[in-house]
Design a protein around this ligand. Structure first.
Ligand code: NAI
Ligand code: NA
Length: 396
C-alpha cells in the first residue's frame, strides 16, 4: 500500500510506518551521538509514544541503557487504515531497543483508568521489581475520572474576557484575527481535571503503595509557560490553571515521597510542534516566528534535543537539580531569552498572510507537522509499497 497524508482540520488521519520508524531512528542516533548519561536504569514513561514522552523514553534507553515501560493510547493498524503515529513510533522503538539488548515493553490503553494502572504495576512487579524514574507526559483532551466516572473535557480558552489576536492556518498560510470567548461554567475545573496533576499523583500513590518506587526515585512532568503574546490563551487561560495545578502537585508528591527520598519535578519545556500544540489557536503562529528566530540564532531544538539537555544538564549532573524560584526545572531558557522574545514580538506585529512565508518559518512548522505523522522524513522512499506488519504482537 502507498500511504499519503490525508488532512482533516488540524489532524492528519493517516501515518507512515517507515517515516515514523525513521524519526525514531534519527532520535536514537542523536542520543547516541551525545554520549552516556548517568541516569535512571528502570524507567516508566506515561505518554511514551509521541512528543516529549517518546523523546524521554529514547533518551533513557539509548542514553542510559535503561529498561523502559511505555504507556500510551494509540490506534493499531486495521483493515485499510493506518495506525496512529504513536503506535508506529512505539513499534519502531521496541524493535530498536530489543536489537540493542534493552528491555522494552508497552501498554496501550487509557492511562487515566484503574485497569491500565493495575496492568502497569503488575508488569513492573513481574519484570523490573521497581522503577527509579517516572516520566509523566500525557496530553489529552478528555479524561474519564476513575472514581466518579465523569468524563471531563479540557478547553483552551481565556479566563474573564474575550481574547482577540492573530492566528495562522498553517496549512494554507492564511493569517487572520481570531476571537476566543472566555471560559464559562465548569471549564476551569474540567481542564484541571484533565491536564492538572491529579492523575500524576494517583500514579505515584499507586506505585508507592505497592513498593514499586526505588529509594531516591524521581518523577518528572512537563509544563509550559511561554511569552506574554500567548499568555491570555495559554498560561493565564484554562490550560494555565491546569499547569498551575500540575506544578503544585510536584510539591505534594515530593512530600509524599520523603520516606524513600524521592522527588517530583516539573520541567518547563520549549514550544514545539506536536499533535497537542498544533490544536491550540495562536500557538502555531508564535511557533513559526519562534522557529525562524531560534534557527537564525543557531539555538533551535526539537523534543529530543530538549530532553537530552534535561537529562544531561539538569537531572543527572551529579549535583543538585537546578530549579527556578518556583521550584521548576527550566529547559525553555533559550526560547525565553529576552533577545529572542523581542525579535518574535516585532515579527508578530508585522505578520500578515502576504509576508508570512518570508518572515516566519512556516515551512519548518509544516514540515515538523508532517513529520509527526511520518511524512516528509528524509531518507524514506514514499513510493515504496509499505509492509504494514511491524512487530504487532509486542505492543499493546
Ligand atoms: P503529544 O500529543 O505528542 O503526546 C501525548 C502522549 O500522551 C502520547 O503518548 C499519547 O498516546 C498519550 N496519551 C494521551 N491520552 C492518553 C490516555 N488517555 N492514556 C494513555 N496515554 C495517553 O504531546 P506533547 O506535546 O509531547 O505533550 C506532553 C506534555 O508536554 C504535556 O503535558 C504538554 O502540555 C507538555 N508540553 C508540551 C509543549 C509543546 O509545545 N508541545 C511545550 C511544553 C510542555
Ligand atoms: Na508525550
Amino acid at each position: 500500500m502507498i500511504i499519503e497524508p490525508r488532512m482533516r482540520g488540524f489532524i492528519c488521519t493517516t501515518s507512515h510506518p517507515k517515516g515514523c520508524e525513521q524519526n525514531v531512528k534519527n532520535q536514537i542516533e542523536y542520543i547516541k551521538s551525545k554520549g552516556n548519561i548517568n541516569g535512571a536504569k528502570k524507567v516508566l514513561v506515561i505518554g511514551a509514544s509521541t512528543g516529549f514522552g517518546l523523546a524521554s523514553r529514547i533518551t533513557s534507553a539509548f542514553g542510559s541503557d535503561a529498561a523502559t515501560i511505555g504507556v500510551f493510547f494509540e490506534k493499531a493498524p486495521s483493515e485499510g487504515k493506518t495506525a496512529s503515529p504513536g503506535w508506529y513510533n512505539s513499534a519502531a522503538f521496541e524493535n530498536e531497543a530489543h536489537k540493542a539488548g534493552l528491555y522494552a515493553k508497552s501498554i496501550n490503553g487509557d492511562a487515566f483508568s484503574n485497569e491500565i494502572k493495575k496492568q502497569t504495576l503488575d508488569l513492573i512487579k513481574a519484570d523490573l521489581g521497581q522503577v527509579d524514574l517516572v516520566i509523566y507526559s500525557l496530553a489529552s483532551p478528555v479524561r474519564v475520572h476513575p472514581v466518579t466516572g465523569v468524563m471531563h473535557r479540557s478547553v483552551l480558552k481565556p479566563i474573564g474576557s474575550t481574547f482577540t489576536n492573530k492566528t495562522v492556518d498553517f496549512h494554507s498560510g492564511k493569517v487572520s484575527e481570531i476571537s476566543i470567548e472566555p471560559c464559562s461554567g465548569d471549564d476551569i475545573e474540567n481542564t484541571i481535571a484533565v491536564m492538572g496533576g491529579e492523575d500524576w499523583g494517583m500514579w505515584i500513590d499507586a506505585l508507592k503503595a505497592e513498593n514499586l518506587l526505588a529509594p531516591g526515585a524521581t518523577t518528572v512532568a512537563y509544563s509550559y509557560i511561554g511569552p506574554s503574546l500567548t499568555e491570555a490563551v495559554y498560561r493565564k487561560g484554562t490550560i494555565g490553571r491546569a499547569k498551575d495545578h500540575l506544578e503544585a502537585t510536584a510539591f505534594a508528591i515530593t512530600d509524599g515521597l520523603a520516606d524513600i527520598g524521592g522527588k517530583a519535578f516539573v520541567s518547563v519545556n520549549k514550544a514545539l510542534v506536536t499533535q497537542a500544540s498544533s490544536a491550540i489557536p495562536v500557538i502555531p503562529l508564535y511557533i513559526s516566528l519562534l522557529y525562524r528566530i531560534m534557527k537564525e540564532e543557531g539555538i533551535h531544538e526539537g523534543c529530543i534535543e530538549q530532553i537530552q539537555r534535561l537529562y544531561q544538564e539538569r537531572l543527572y549532573t551529579g549535583y543538585e537539580v537546578p530549579v527556578d524560584e518556583k521550584g521548576r526545572i527550566r529547559i525553555d531558557d533559550l526560547e525565553m531569552r529576552p533577545d529572542v522574545q523581542e525579535k518574535v514580538a516585532k515579527l508578530w506585529i508585522e505578520a500578515v498572510t502576504e509576508n508570512l512565508s518570508e518572515i516566519s518559518d512556516l515551512e519548518g512548522y509544516r514540515k515538523d507537522f508532517h513529520n509527526l505523522f511520518g511524512f516528509e522524513v528524509g531518507g524514506v522512499d514514499y513510493k515504496e509499497d509499505t509492509n504494514e506488519v511491524v512487530n504487532i504482537e509486542s505492543i499493546g
